[in-house]
Design a protein around this ligand. Structure first.
Ligand SMILES: Cc1cc2nc3c(=O)[nH]c(=O)nc-3n(C[C@H](O)[C@H](O)[C@H](O)COP(=O)(O)OP(=O)(O)OC[C@H]3O[C@@H](n4cnc5c(N)ncnc54)[C@H](O)[C@@H]3O)c2cc1C
Length: 455
């Protein structure tokens, strides 16, 4: 893993996926994160011919920078059936990949430092029960039996926790390229370093995708471009109220195990990695760079902003070339360089001024281990929708156009579940789940947005 702020993907390695672009396919998938890769894999399994194009490297943005939690616990209720299936699919896919995703069902624990915090966590138990998810409360003594705090009296005390035992973890930077390898084996055409510039449409239908390496004719297109989706769609007159926030993560060096799964309390999130270290983060720290889209969608975001403004710091200016940067082009010619080629990898600078706070939070919980040595610190831009659930649907204005985006800080775990649903939609079959909540039209059909649990 890198010790520089570029994140866990080594961008200096040679391009792995460089298939020749086909002249025509059934579906072009734009974006090689978990959303695009999982959708492409399952579309192929439905018998569709698929080309996936990625402007940078497979998994180079959010899909490699995340914490690696595969979580049912605390989910929005409408997402839960999809997530239950995703949990099963991760097991299946990891088997096919011979363990390359590092998927393990070691449990997810939400630790509470006060009775009030525990009571707030317990509210979700009703949701779990309705969906037969095995989530239960642990007493302080049970927590102590599971989390090794070295038996020291000085350690931060938790009054209890809620746990979902069969929730999992995976290694994001291994999992997504390995999944892409599976898709390629199954016949998906995969091309890194190849940006989609624009759609070609005629009579309200998709006809082709123009890429920097040529044009691919197609019946359907899936935009799974993460934080770039709204910019891409906007050029075609399609507006979604998507914004992105920066979140910073660190990796500790290998150390004795304190818990094998994923856990978080109010001030610290940690996840055991396969290499024996922990992926750690301050969960209450997000930065929103204010750009034209933040102004445009201000009123749609107000309810969420009201709830989470304490966890979010507002920055006046996005770095140059970011999707919602002030100077980022909103329109471009198909035969000219686009914002996607100018920023191959969205790589926000990590918030390193908080790493000392992070190390202290860890040491307060595990005084027997002390302040951990951090071997890498990186950031990712989390793309989110104002109701904190994604859009996974056809786009009504253009026949053949589909979107899977706005996975709102919890799309890694659920990616295979929604990817499979999108594949069904692409092949004209029922999605397999009730997708009403994730419909494209919810931002414009006058319905009241219902924010799901936090990012
Ligand atoms: C710090 C952090 C922690 C997180 N922790 C978790 C977690 O523990 N569990 C969890 O479930 N989720 C987590 N998430 C969220 C999760 O990572 C995302 O929801 C998920 O990875 C989104 O996947 P995606 O494929 O939609 O987007 P991305 O992974 O961002 O992929 C989009 C891809 O599209 C490409 N692209 C964009 N435009 C174009 C174009 N025009 N042409 C070609 N390619 C293009 C980009 O280069 C990018 O690779 C976390 C996210 C972050 C940042």
């Amino acid at each position: 893993m890198s010790s520089h702020p570029r994140g866990p993907v080594n961008l200096d390695t040679p391009i792995r996926f460089s298939d020749s672009l086909p002249g025509a396919v059934d579906v072009v998938v734009i974006g090689g994160g978990i959303a695009g890769v999982a959708s492409a894999l399952y579309m192929r399994a439905e018998g569709l011919s698929v080309a996936l194009i990625e402007k940078g490297r497979i998994g180079c943005e959010q899909s490699s920078r995340n914490w690696g939690w595969v979580r049912q616990h605390g989910r929005d209720e409408d997402e839960l059936p999809v997530m239950k299936e995703a949990n099963r699919l991760w097991g299946e896919l990891d088997g096919r990949m011979k363990g390359a995703a590092g998927f393990k069902r070691c449990g997810i624990l939400y630790l509470a430092s006060s009775e009030k915090a525990l009571a707030a966590r317990e509210v979700w138990l009703d949701v779990a029960k309705r969906h037969q998810v095995k989530t239960r409360v642990l007493s302080a003594r049970e927590v102590a039996a599971r989390i090794d705090q070295g038996g020291l009296e000085t350690a931060h005390r938790w009054v209890g926790a809620t746990i979902t035992e069969d929730d999992g973890r995976a290694e994001p930077w291994q999992a997504v390229p390995a999944l892409a390898g599976l898709a390629q084996e199954d016949g998906v055409c995969l091309r890194e370093n190849c940006a989609a510039r624009a759609l070609i449409t005629a009579n309200g239908r998709v006809e082709a995708v123009v890429t920097e390496a040529g044009t691919i004719r197609c019946e359907q297109v899936l935009v799974a471009a993460g934080a770039w989706s709204s910019l891409f769609l906007q050029r075609h007159g399609i507006i979604i109220p998507q914004l992105s926030v920066r979140s910073t993560v660190s990796a500790t060096a290998a150390m004795p195990s304190v818990f094998e799964g994923c856990a978080a309390d109010e001030k610290l999130a940690f996840r055991r990695r396969e290499d024996g270290g922990y992926t750690v983060s301050l969960p209450d720290l997000h930065d929103l760079y204010i750009g034209p889209s933040a102004f445009r969608h201000f009123f749609k975001w107000l309810p969420v902003a009201g709830e989470h403004w304490r966890d979010t710091r507002f920055r006046i200016k996005a770095p140059k070339g970011f999707p919602d940067g002030w100077g980022t082009a909103r329109n471009w010619a198909e035969d000219d360089e686009t914002p996607f080629e100018r920023c191959r990898v969205l790589e926000p600078k990590p918030e390193t001024r908080k790493t000392e706070r992070l190390r202290e939070a860890f040491a307060a919980r595990f005084p027997h281990l002390g302040k951990p040595r951090l071997i890498a610190t990186w950031s990712g831009m989390i793309d989110a929708m104002p109701d904190i659930v994604p859009v996974c649907d056809r786009v009504p204005a253009i026949d053949g156009l589909m979107v899977m985006t706005g996975l709102s800080g919890h799309g890694f775990g659920i990616g295979p579940g929604f990817g499979k649903a999108m594949a069904k939609i692409a092949s004209g079959k029922p999605a397999g789940h009730d997708m009403t909540r994730f419909r494209f039209s919810r931002f414009s059909d006058g319905s009241k947005l219902r924010p799901g649990p936090a990012i």
